[in-house]
Design a binder for this molecule. Structure first.
Ligand SMILES: Cc1ncc(COP(=O)(O)O)c(C=O)c1O
Length: 404
């Protein structure tokens, strides 16, 4: 079989099934308004929840990082790649999340890939063993890949229904007498397709009852939800009580790159020894470390950004429904606007771009058949003028395409 022929035919299939991911070139910095094909449009599709991607304080911090520590360290952490600011950022993250310690990765994808295998593939605590992972059906690809890296002969993987604590409970109950070494419950804090939250209080209660370790990827929540932006645990009243948290620095917290795992200090110390994407991969650029420390400082000192994000989200959710659009209910700045069939979602996103609004559609197989949608993502960087511009464009295009 010729590889080029095979990939060409797969690319053609992706085009045909309308699942080919097209990249639109942005000609400006990320922000409320970006330039596309020479035209200024409102960015309604980024994870730049706090608008920090182009915030002057963050840019200045990144420049300080380059000035004081150079461009890179040319090393993994344990050889000669640990700078003052790496430890400072890890301590900042841990304090913000109310846990002992944190460990940095080049991305949250790498963090999630590096977590499960570092424990499950190792003979620690028992010479012969079997572990188990219970994973939410809609978990992010990085959690799924993280579990795939665990050797099949030492782990059972079980999927529970999305955000369904009673399904999880019944699966744990049926496994009650299985002598697993370690058991994990793994979930996103906020799910990116729906903007909904994992039922953390119930998951904590169940995990404790059945002696499982709760792992929550809070990438779409830290800096986004909770009274002070501390994420899904704060939003749901269980701050500081999740066993292990992972997250990204590539969304609300500046939007560049980087990820972390946060939790108990012994576990974090262990991951430094055994987590392969940490141990054998270059450390985070100092520009990112210094800018991320600044992002946390802004969050600590100035609650107005998170408040503005909350206000903008509530405003958009209210008025988009008043126009007659159907959205998935919730409080998160991810606002799925339900359209039904894929062609409507495609037409709407093209027409909205022509009207100056950049938004992406999602359709089968990314979401279930008949549930095609546009996914709006609100930012604290928007003002009311920008939000109204978006709503006006939605009204115009929605009426023209007979969606409202
Ligand atoms: C829930 C979740 N986890 C992890 C990631 C990956 O984060 P990063 O971009 O830092 O690799 C994403 C990004 O899409 C995400 O949505």
């Amino acid at each position: 079989m010729n590889l080029n022929d095979a990939v060409r035919s797969e690319l053609a299939r992706l085009e045909q099934t309308k699942t080919f991911k097209k990249e639109t070139i942005i000609e400006s910095e990320q922000g409320a308004i970006v330039r596309v094909a020479g035209k200024d449009v409102v960015m309604l599709a980024s994870n730049n929840y706090l608008g920090l991607a182009s915030d002057s304080r963050i840019k200045q911090a990144a420049i300080r990082g380059v000035r004081d520590y150079g461009y890179g360290v040319s090393s993994v952490r344990f050889l000669c790649g640990t700078l003052t600011v790496h430890r400072q950022l890890e301590e900042t993250i841990a304090a913000f999340l109310g846990v002992d310690d944190a460990i940095l990765f080049s991305s949250c994808f790498a963090a999630n890939e590096g977590f499960f295998a570092a424990i499950i593939n190792e003979k620690i605590g028992a010479e012969s063993y079997r572990d188990v992972i219970y994973s939410d059906r809609l978990n992010h690809a990085s959690i799924i890949d993280g579990t795939r890296l665990c050797r099949a002969e030492v782990v059972d993987k079980k999927i529970y229904e999305h955000a369904d604590a009673s399904d999880l409970r019944s699966k744990l109950e049926s496994d009650r007498d299985v002598p697993y070494r370690f058991g994990f419950v793994a979930t996103d804090g906020v799910f990116s397709m729906e903007g909904d939250m994992a039922p953390l209080p119930a998951l904590i209660e169940i995990s404790r009852k059945y002696d499982r370790i709760l792992f929550v990827d809070d990438s779409h929540a830290v800096g986004v939800i909770g009274a002070t932006g501390r994420g899904t645990p704060e939003q749901l009243g269980v701050h500081g009580t999740v066993d292990v948290l992972s997250g990204t620095l590539g969304k609300a917290l500046g939007g560049a790159a980087g990820g972390y795992i946060a939790g108990n200090k012994d576990l974090i110390a262990y991951l430094r020894q055994k987590s392969r994407p940490y141990t054998f991969s270059n450390s985070l650029p100092p520009s990112i470390a210094v800018a991320a420390i600044e992002a946390f400082k802004i969050l600590e000192e100035d609650p107005s950004l998170v408040e503005r994000l909350r206000h903008n989200t509530a405003y958009f959710r209210k008025y988009i429904q008043q126009l007659g659009f159907t959205i998935l209910q919730g409080e998160h700045p991810i606002v799925p606007i339900m359209l039904g069939d894929a062609s409507t979602a495609m037409d709407m996103s093209d027409a909205l771009l022509a009207e100056g609004v950049y938004i992406k559609g999602l359709w089968y197989p990314v979401v279930p058949k008949g549930e095609a949608r546009l996914r709006a993502q609100i930012s604290a960087a928007f003002d009311e003028v920008t939000l109204n511009r978006v709503l006006t464009a939605f009204e115009k295009v929605g009426k023209r395409l007979k969606v409202i």
